[in-house]
Design a protein around this ligand. Sequence first.
Ligand SMILES: *[C@@H]1O[C@H](CO)[C@@H](O)[C@H](O)[C@H]1NC(C)=O
Ligand SMILES: *[C@@H]1O[C@H](CO)[C@@H](O)[C@H](O)[C@H]1NC(C)=O
Ligand SMILES: *[C@@H]1O[C@H](CO)[C@@H](O)[C@H](O)[C@H]1NC(C)=O
Ligand SMILES: *[C@@H]1O[C@H](CO)[C@@H](O)[C@H](O)[C@H]1NC(C)=O
Ligand SMILES: *[C@@H]1O[C@H](CO)[C@@H](O)[C@H](O)[C@H]1NC(C)=O
Ligand SMILES: *[C@@H]1O[C@H](CO)[C@@H](O)[C@H](O)[C@H]1NC(C)=O
Ligand SMILES: *[C@@H]1O[C@H](CO)[C@@H](O)[C@H](O)[C@H]1NC(C)=O
Ligand SMILES: *[C@@H]1O[C@H](CO)[C@@H](O)[C@H](O)[C@H]1NC(C)=O
Ligand SMILES: *[C@@H]1O[C@H](CO)[C@@H](O)[C@H](O)[C@H]1NC(C)=O
Ligand SMILES: *[C@@H]1O[C@H](CO)[C@@H](O)[C@H](O)[C@H]1NC(C)=O
Ligand SMILES: *[C@@H]1O[C@H](CO)[C@@H](O)[C@H](O)[C@H]1NC(C)=O
Ligand SMILES: *[C@@H]1O[C@H](CO)[C@@H](O)[C@H](O)[C@H]1NC(C)=O
Length: 793
Amino acid sequence: MLTKSPLLLAFAAGTAVAAPASSSSTSSSSPAASASTLPGVLTSKGFTSQKWIKALEKAQQVVADLSFDQKVNFTDLRGDTHGCSGLTFPLPSAGVKEGICFADGPTGINSRYSTQFPAEVTTAATWDRDLFYSRASSLAKEYAKVGANVPLSIVVGPAGRSPYGGRNWEGFSAEPYLAGEAVRTTVTGFQDEGITALVKHFYGNEQEWLRIGAPQGGYFFSYPNQTIDSIIDQATARELYVAPFAEAIRAGAGGIMCSYNEVDGTFACENKEVLIDLLKEELAFPGFVLTDWGAGHTTLGSALNGTDYVEAGSVKGNIYGSFLGEAVKNGSVPEALLDDKIVRMLTPYFALNQGSLPSIDFNRYVASKDSASVARKIAEESITLLKNSNKTGRGLPLKDLQDLVLVGSAAAPAHYGILSNLNSAVYYAPNNDYTGFVSDGFGSGGSPQPYAKDPLSAFTARGQQENRPVVVDGYFVDDPEQGFVKTPFGQNISYLESKLAYSNATLVFTSAIAMEGFDRTTLSLANNGDNLIKYVADRHDNTIVVISAPGPVDMSQWIDHVNVTAVLFTYFSGQEGGAAMANVAFGDVNPSGKLPFTIAKNISDYDQGAIYNGSVGINPVANFSEGVFVDYKFFDKQGVEPLFEFGYGESYTTFNVSGLSLSKNKKSNPAPVRETNEKLFVNGKQTSGLYDYAYTVKATVKNTGSVDGAEVAQLYLTFPDSTPNKMPVHNLRGFAKPFLKAGKLQEVEFNLRNKDLAVWSVEKKGWVIPSGEFKVSVGTSSRNLPLSKTFSY
Ligand SMILES: *[C@@H]1O[C@H](CO)[C@@H](O)[C@H](O)[C@H]1NC(C)=O
Ligand SMILES: *[C@@H]1O[C@H](CO)[C@@H](O)[C@H](O)[C@H]1NC(C)=O
Ligand SMILES: *[C@@H]1O[C@H](CO)[C@@H](O)[C@H](O)[C@H]1NC(C)=O
Ligand SMILES: *[C@@H]1O[C@H](CO)[C@@H](O)[C@H](O)[C@H]1NC(C)=O
Ligand SMILES: *[C@@H]1O[C@H](CO)[C@@H](O)[C@H](O)[C@H]1NC(C)=O
Ligand SMILES: *[C@@H]1O[C@H](CO)[C@@H](O)[C@H](O)[C@H]1NC(C)=O
Ligand SMILES: *[C@@H]1O[C@H](CO)[C@@H](O)[C@H](O)[C@H]1NC(C)=O
Ligand SMILES: *[C@@H]1O[C@H](CO)[C@@H](O)[C@H](O)[C@H]1NC(C)=O
Ligand SMILES: *[C@@H]1O[C@H](CO)[C@@H](O)[C@H](O)[C@H]1NC(C)=O
Ligand SMILES: *[C@@H]1O[C@H](CO)[C@@H](O)[C@H](O)[C@H]1NC(C)=O
Ligand SMILES: *[C@@H]1O[C@H](CO)[C@@H](O)[C@H](O)[C@H]1NC(C)=O
Ligand SMILES: *[C@@H]1O[C@H](CO)[C@@H](O)[C@H](O)[C@H]1NC(C)=O
């Protein structure tokens, strides 16, 4: 969604409020009695948590005691109210005093008094489950303090089918195991703090162009019949796009947001196969389904096909509840379905004890030092060293410095100030020409911040801590071919030339930006950053490139330049980003980030068909015919060598991985909240324990260099040749990140579950473990896998 864009105003106009339904007709029936017969209605079946069962019973009781009008009223969401992006009406008998409050995410609260965390893609690049959890728990603490029940906050769709996807940075990774582990721990981190984990967008929301029709007036909403239709076969859906959602749901996620796009010809938010058959029945989702803002189209399609709440900006206006009331009264929608929608909202509310949240106030100061330190740790641990040549004192870490020169507008404070990034970015995103430190992406998924540590301030501060304080100069110039026109302080080319003569290391800061509502139009660096890098590298033999970007960028013009001695990829690093960059560059922190995507040698190596960027028409189609062969799996299949592969990242030390072993593991692995109804077949027979463990794989990681540091050991699975679906040669199925003192070693463990070994069978409508020989490979990237072992299930 996007509520804060000035261009959105045009759309809000037609909103109307219908007369409330009269209270005379329908009387309340017992939810328990009517409920169990309708598909998708929440029952106590499969719950493993007593807390949730009690919450469900309490919710059912509350609903049974409501009048018809009260029920209708509660399903009628208000728009932007009390600072919430959406709000239900109060429900005093449930203790809901002001309404249940939905608030934007995922990098932080839409308030300058809260912390701006690194983006999810940045978080994924840490490959550190403890950090996934602490980010979630720090975020949740801030949402709790403003009284927001439900951050609209955890993104695993878009996954990142194409590197051009405009919102990929809001999510973790297109690698379903990595995204699944990240979302599982994130859901737990949120809900352990009593905040509802809402996971979005379900599903097939892999592009911005035509996400809900063509740009019209502004760029946002238009004719629904121009909305992109994601055609995704059932195996690809289960194995890739839905897989992280399954992990989130099994961890007890209380909310799911359905997406704008159509799935196989029907809007995702009005699609029975998507919301009832898959989400509520097969995955046993225990919470409520909320539409994205404006993704509700018809009352009956939404109400009957699995949506519980339609948010403000529905094409019919913000009046869903009243229509729903009419539809119940005229017999089109069973009252048990209306009841279920409320039960599904109140169950997580009670399970997480949200009656104890404070009153809603988005102006409350909730940022904290603890949050800032988590934000910095993630920024530091995510930074990915892609190239380094430290010969003769060049490259990283920086040492023996007298003069350090920082070049590029991305080293400077954000051009439009730290508070206005959401609005101003609308005008810069399409042209990729925003200047200043880019700590976050833009749109509803970005967030303001109390401060931002831009690189110049951070390197200046860090330089002062050296025994001989470093002289740090900043040159906020961009494209030399354009005569450095963008420099705010009138510096010109001769200034920079003279400075390079005595600089010991020259860091070139460049960026690329991304924003909701637009796909990336180019993978090139903003403001002709390639030209700036080449200009400096041609003149200085210790040119270090630092990139802030939402995803892959084109490095082909300069990556092999002999004077480019190091490259740091920093993603969108949040308010502490500059400080993290300085700490890594000066060697206080040894870089340990690993790419959660592939960087190609040539952008033509990416799957060019993986996004529909064609003309506006009626019923445009995005055919996901590449199946699960996305990102590194696509490169592996094509036999194309990437520049930097998925999972890659260098360090200031060296590691060795050895001693691979594999043993059976029979440990059960019960769901924390509710078991799914997914089926498992072994040797043609249905069996149980899809999520139970099957094997334990161990390996030893040793720090063989002279600097302390962390390494990410990665396990990839190869399926037997007989596997029914054509599976990629390597599939990530485990990772572990030990921190090792120089010279020390540690044994790491990967636990493979039955589901990790299974593929989806369309015929059986369930998961099947193929017979034949599996292979596990362990190493330090998707293409550096020195160890392997085979086994049969
Ligand atoms: C719902 O109740 C609130 C008062 O709590 C009232 O202001 C609002 O108009 C009601 N909406 C409908 C559709 O009845
Ligand atoms: C598409 O939607 C617009 C707006 O509702 C409508 O005018 C047009 O007739 C529709 N086109 C088709 C082919 O259904
Ligand atoms: C419900 O979803 C199915 C697809 O699962 C679709 O065919 C049908 O038209 C939808 N019904 C409504 C009322 O939108
Ligand atoms: C019942 O009410 C709903 C909501 O207003 C409307 O969409 C539907 O067409 C109505 N059905 C009948 C049979 O009147
Ligand atoms: C560059 O800037 C310096 C200092 O402001 C000035 O003396 C010089 O004339 C400028 N050169 C050009 C080519 O504009
Ligand atoms: C840094 O620059 C100063 C001044 O040019 C020089 O004396 C010193 O040797 C340089 N240090 C390194 C490590 O190159
Ligand atoms: C590398 O930098 C030096 C200046 O330090 C320059 O003389 C040389 O031409 C550069 N090399 C290349 C290949 O541009
Ligand atoms: C990238 O690939 C395209 C198309 O194959 C080719 O024309 C171009 O020269 C390549 N660019 C580089 C830098 O290799
Ligand atoms: C769509 O993407 C392809 C591949 O990147 C590109 O060649 C083409 O120009 C794009 N078309 C539009 C309309 O943006
Ligand atoms: C999608 O692509 C596949 C494979 O190319 C093709 O068989 C199928 O007909 C396409 N579906 C649509 C709706 O275009
Ligand atoms: C250069 O880097 C290697 C590891 O890549 C490290 O072992 C070595 O100490 C570094 N050399 C210097 C001079 O810093
Ligand atoms: C590194 O590990 C390999 C096995 O992967 C082993 O053969 C080799 O001896 C190890 N080297 C060192 C320096 O530990």
